[in-house]
Design a protein around this ligand. Structure first.
Ligand SMILES: C[S@@+](CC[C@H](N)C(=O)[O-])C[C@H]1O[C@@H](n2cnc3c(N)ncnc32)[C@H](O)[C@@H]1O
Length: 291
């Protein structure tokens, strides 16, 4: 299983406002949401982005089933405006982004996203240069502490950064497992949550520039939507959810958006039972009502 799409019913219900419209899935992943949408609405077309080679290969596997209804673009969704303009598209009827990593990315131990990975990488797009290994082995203690705090709200950021610097004196830190052990030497377990969770989250965000990508997407999305078009963002991280909430609020106060989710939408208990990764997912939706 590549990835189980989160809240597919809610995504369909919120995203589709024109039954033969053109939509963008910014995070194609394993094609879960795209396939679901195409299945429910036979006359829509989708432009799908993903910067990961695995996702691009997944598209090639499924291309025949899509019956020319999907254009796949292997690029960062922050380039949405330029990429669409290059294929002569200036407006779309809806934009979906399911932010974060796919289950496949997380579970592949040679990608470096999970605690037991055999590498320290964390790049979603391997064409990019910066890896978690470079950050952990070459950045100053102050810089590391700032990353852990700013991107992960890790309250022991300074102690963890100092422990990393101390460990570096004995040689290169090569694996996610080694990094986890260093963090656990400073921070004890709190309930069921792994003590390394926030540091790993922050490193992933930093290496992939996730906050900036989201900010740029949100800022261009409102220009790309037709009136009546909707933007649906699924986030898994409170800092990302805050970015989405603030952008929608700002656009609503300028009269451009109407917010359709006054209260954030979360997965039902039934869905969480089947797909535990949906537990922390949050959906926010806005509709463009004015230029
Ligand atoms: C949570 S998964 C999406 C899963 C997908 N909705 C599905 O149902 O299969 C997130 C995907 O977004 C991609 N991604 C994350 N940030 C991206 C970015 N800035 N540009 C393009 N793709 C990105 C990741 O590579 C990953 O495949």
């Amino acid at each position: 299983m590549y990835h189980i799409p989160v809240m597919p019913l809610e995504v369909v219900q919120y995203l589709i406002n024109k039954s033969d419209g053109l939509y963008v899935d910014c995070t194609f992943g394993g094609s879960g949401h795209t396939s679901y949408l195409l299945d429910k609405f036979k006359d829509i077309k989708i432009i799908a982005f993903d910067w990961d080679e695995d996702s691009s290969n997944r598209f090639l596997e499924k291309e025949k089933d899509f019956n020319k209804r999907v254009i796949f673009i292997r690029d960062n969704f922050k380039n949405i405006k330029k990429v669409l303009s290059n294929i002569s598209i200036n407006k779309v009827d809806g934009i979906l982004a399911d932010i974060g990593v796919s289950s496949k990315q997380f579970d592949d131990l040679d990608r470096g996203f999970s605690f037991n990975s055999s590498v320290l990488d964390m790049r979603m797009d391997k064409r990019n240069d910066l890896t978690a290994k470079e950050v952990i082995n070459s950045y100053s203690s102050e810089y590391l502490a700032d990353i852990f705090y700013k991107y992960g709200e890790e309250y022991k950021s300074r102690q963890i950064a100092d422990a990393i610097l101390l460990r570096r004196k004995r040689g290169v830190i090569n694996t996610a497992k080694e990094l986890q052990d260093i963090i656990c030497s400073v921070k004890k377990s709190e309930g069921k949550i792994n003590p390394a969770t926030k540091v790993f989250q922050s490193l992933r965000s930093f290496v992939n520039d996730e906050f900036q990508n989201l900010e740029t997407l949100l800022s261009d999305a409102c220009k790309l939507l037709n009136i009546g078009g909707r933007i649906v963002i699924i986030s898994f991280h409170s800092l990302e959810d805050r970015i989405v909430k603030q952008n929608f609020k700002q656009n609503a106060s300028n009269g451009i958006y109407k917010i359709l989710t006054k209260k954030v939408v979360t997965a039902t208990q039934e869905e969480i039972k089947i797909n535990p990764r949906s537990r922390s997912a949050k959906i926010r939706v806005a509709e463009k009502i004015n230029v």
